[in-house]
Each structure stands twice: as structure tokens, then as C-alpha cells.
Design a protein. Structure first.
Length: 201
């Protein structure tokens, strides 16, 4: 009859120690893996946060620039009778067509202010992180109309006295008007998809 030994030999102790060490190694590997996953998540969150902050800071800077342009444009438009009179001392064409120049430039100034104001509204939605809204579609359509009106008034101004710079301005605003109209259609589709997704959710 073989008796079972109840004591633990040195070889047994070494075997138990190796098993324990092996178990600890597996535990440490799991801990390292979990820690690396957490670190990766944190890095991703930080990078997304930094990217969003950069975008918002750029949008804020652009919004401040548009605000400055808007209020400066009001001052320039109001001061047109005086500024054109002063410019007329150095440019004969302005002096000869002073009244038509004041009327045309005043209309162009008002149209430009309305266009900049639509841009200000749109950047307000960018800062609110809610770009795809029907209001932006309407703003883009109005911006297209205003661009075409500016091009038309610039063409009228060319009838009074023609300059190469004014021909370039006409071309630029025709392209801007077409771009705004196309972008309005793109935004309209994006708004529709967004509303459908919101209803689905």
C-alpha cells in the first residue's frame, strides 16, 4: 500500500512558485493591455478635443473679422459722399460723375453689407456646432442673389465709366453667386439627410 505524503518537498515548492509567477505574469500582461487601451482612448479624446478647439478658434477669428468688416463697411458706406468728393480731387472721372458714383457705390455698399451679414449668421451656427440647418440654406440662397445684384450694379457702373478692375469684380461676383447657389443645394440635401436621421433615431 502506497501512502500519500502530506508534506511539501522543495521541488513542489519550486513548482508552485513557478505557477504563481506565471499567473502573476499573465495578470501583469492583462493589466498592461488594459492600461494601453485606456491610454489610447485618452490620447484619442485629447486629439479630438484639440482639433475641435482649433476649428472653433479659427471660426471665432473669422467671425470677429466679419464683424469688423460689417461695422467698418457701415462707416465707409455712410461716409461715401465725403470720401468720393475727396477722391474726386485726384481722379477726374469720379469728379465728373460724382452723383452717379455716390448712388452706385452706396447701393453696392448696402448689398455688400447684407452679404457679409449673411456670412456672420452662418458663422454663428458654426460656433454653435449646428451648421446643417434650413437657415443656412436660406442664407446661401440670399448670398447668391446678392452676389448677382452686385455684379449687375457693377455693370451699371461700367456704363458710367469703365475700368478693368470693375470687370474683374463683375466676374468674381458672378462666380461667387453661382457657387453660393450650388452650395445652397448641397446644404439643403445635407439638412434633409440630417432630419431623416434624427427622425430615425
Amino acid at each position: 500500500m502506497i501512502r500519500k505524503r502530506w508534506w511539501v518537498t522543495s521541488r513542489d515548492r519550486q513548482f508552485i512558485y513557478r505557477l504563481h509567477k506565471k499567473g502573476n505574469s499573465y495578470g501583469r500582461c492583462n493589466q498592461i493591455a488594459d492600461a494601453s487601451i485606456e491610454i489610447e482612448k485618452k490620447i484619442k479624446e485629447l486629439s479630438e478635443k484639440e482639433l475641435r478647439e482649433k476649428k472653433l478658434s479659427l471660426a471665432k477669428g473669422t467671425k470677429y473679422l466679419l464683424d469688423f468688416m460689417f461695422y467698418a463697411g457701415i462707416l465707409v458706406t455712410i461716409s461715401l459722399p465725403f470720401s468720393l468728393k475727396y477722391i474726386g480731387k485726384y481722379l477726374e472721372a469720379v469728379e465728373e460723375h460724382y452723383l452717379p458714383a455716390v448712388i452706385i457705390f452706396a447701393i453696392l455698399g448696402v448689398l455688400a453689407l447684407l452679404l457679409v451679414n449673411e456670412l456672420r449668421k452662418m458663422f454663428g451656427t458654426v460656433l454653435a456646432e449646428n451648421c446643417f440647418v434650413p437657415e443656412n440654406v436660406a442664407s446661401l440662397r440670399r448670398m447668391g442673389d446678392l452676389s448677382f445684384f452686385i455684379a449687375a450694379m457693377s455693370a451699371v457702373r461700367c456704363v458710367v465709366y469703365l475700368t478693368i478692375a470693375m470687370l474683374v469684380i463683375i466676374l468674381v461676383f458672378i462666380i461667387a453667386g453661382m457657387f453660393s447657389k450650388v452650395l445652397a443645394m448641397v446644404f439643403e440635401e445635407a439638412v434633409r439627410y440630417k432630419e431623416e436621421n434624427d427622425l430615425t433615431i
